[in-house]
Write a protein that binds this ligand. Structure first.
Ligand SMILES: *Cc1c(COP(=O)(O)O)cnc(C)c1O
Length: 397
């Protein structure tokens, strides 16, 4: 009998060291840094002050005094933890009110709060599909949607990014069960918007269900901030499943699924990632209710954000920087290799800008990029300073 311990790397730490070495050699190692938020657009890293171009706090609400006050007041009333799953004893009045208000806002029958967008996507995919069904996703769908499909026993098909004809070919494939078509509204690493009307038409024609994850759209774009689905004029019937997060434009935490009453009832009964996890703290729901008021009322935040986006894009063009086509606050500049992207990001940090390099497997190999995100908390002059710094750094290469 051979001793398993003779095998190289049998010891966990030894195996892990090998993994680390591989990641480092490929410039794919990830590190966390402790950052302190000092103002809506700024961060403190040790002694350094950085302007933050890597946050999804698109409307600058995360540190808004009204949200902070709501959180504190609700914690005084309800405490901190919800103490249990929503189905056991964790469902509170603040949750119910937020669900109702979000449903009104999104013009959907009902809303279900989830503890995160990742869990919301698991909930949708796994309660609506199983053996014999088919899930069809855009190839650039968010990692949480890919993981959700992997967890389902349904067959997963993926089409080339935005390619409706490829989707239609997949919709024609013979199948016994149901078909769920899934796409991001705004794509998280590219910033472009899915062809939603075409998706809805194709799904209608082939009797498929359409689920849109509008994590980066709701609050940011569309009429009254209702996102890409509302911007495309699509109803609950055309997009029966709509998910969003409270962690981005809402500046809070948690997520939601919006749709028909029947859909929400089904999720409450069947979605394991909803049932078997602790309900979000009620004080977070209270803060999100106040965030929703600002999302609805503060049209100026979206207007300012739009003017920042236009200013950034024209400034990039003037300086010869080629951004991906995007009208969202996600403005990616593809660098190429992970090493080069990391280098530029580090030099930008030395100049006082936090712009994180996004590398594989988050994006395709050879397309490592600076993912610059804009927030209504930014000022035009900060954008000019960043653009000058990027142009200066890339010129040195
Ligand atoms: C951020 C994001 C999520 C995850 O949302 P969380 O609430 O942060 O878990 C899901 N889908 C997309 C497209 C995202 O960008």
């Amino acid at each position: 009998m051979t001793d398993a311990r003779q095998r190289p790397g049998w010891h966990l730490d030894q195996w892990l060291a090998g993994q680390t070495e591989q990641r480092q050699a490929q410039h794919l190692e990830r590190k966390r840094r402790v950052l302190r938020a000092n103002d809506p657009a700024g961060l403190q890293l040790d002694e350094e002050t950085l302007i933050n171009f890597s946050s999804n706090d698109y409307l600058g609400l995360a540190s808004h005094p009204d949200l902070v006050r709501a959180l504190k007041d609700a914690a005084d009333q309800d405490g901190v933890g919800s103490g249990a799953s929503a189905l056991v004893s964790g469902y509170r009045e603040q949750h119910r009110l937020l669900e109702t208000e979000l449903a009104d806002f999104l013009q959907r029958e009902k809303v279900l709060l989830c503890s995160s967008g990742y869990l919301a996507n698991l909930a949708v995919t796994n309660s609506l599909t199983g053996k014999g069904d088919v899930i069809i996703q855009d190839k650039l769908c968010h990692a949480s949607l890919i993981d959700a499909a992997r967890l389902s026993e349904a067959r997963l098909l993926r089409y080339t990014h935005g390619d409706i004809e490829a989707l239609q070919r997949q919709l024609k494939i013979e199948k016994q069960g149901n078909t769920l078509v899934v796409s991001d509204g705004v794509f998280s690493m590219d910033g472009d918007v899915a062809p939603l009307q075409e998706l809805a038409t194709a799904c209608e024609k082939h009797g498929a269900w359409l689920a849109i994850d509008d994590a980066h759209g709701i609050g940011v774009c569309g009429p009254g901030g209702r996102g890409t689905v509302a911007a495309a004029g699509l109803s609950q019937q055309q997009v029966p499943v709509l998910t969003g997060t409270l962690g981005k434009a809402f500046g809070c935490f948690g997520a939601f699924i919006a749709g028909s009453e029947a859909l929400i009832d089904h999720l409450v009964n069947e979605a394991r990632s909803y049932i078997y996890t602790t309900a979000m703290p009620p004080a977070i729901a209270a803060a999100a209710r106040v965030a929703l008021c600002h999302v609805v009322e503060d049209e100026w935040r979206r207007e300012h954000l739009q003017s920042l986006i236009q200013h950034f894009r024209s400034g990039a063009q003037t300086r010869g920087l080629e951004l991906l086509p995007s009208n969202s606050p996600i403005q990616p500049l593809v660098i190429g290799s992970s090493e080069a992207a990391l280098n530029v990001a580090e030099r930008l940090q030395n100049r006082g800008f936090l712009v994180v390099a996004i590398r594989p497997p988050t994006v395709r190999k050879g397309t490592a990029r600076l993912r610059i995100t804009l927030s209504s908390a930014h000022q035009l002059t900060q954008l000019d300073a960043l653009l000058d710094a990027i142009a200066g750094e890339l010129e040195h290469d």
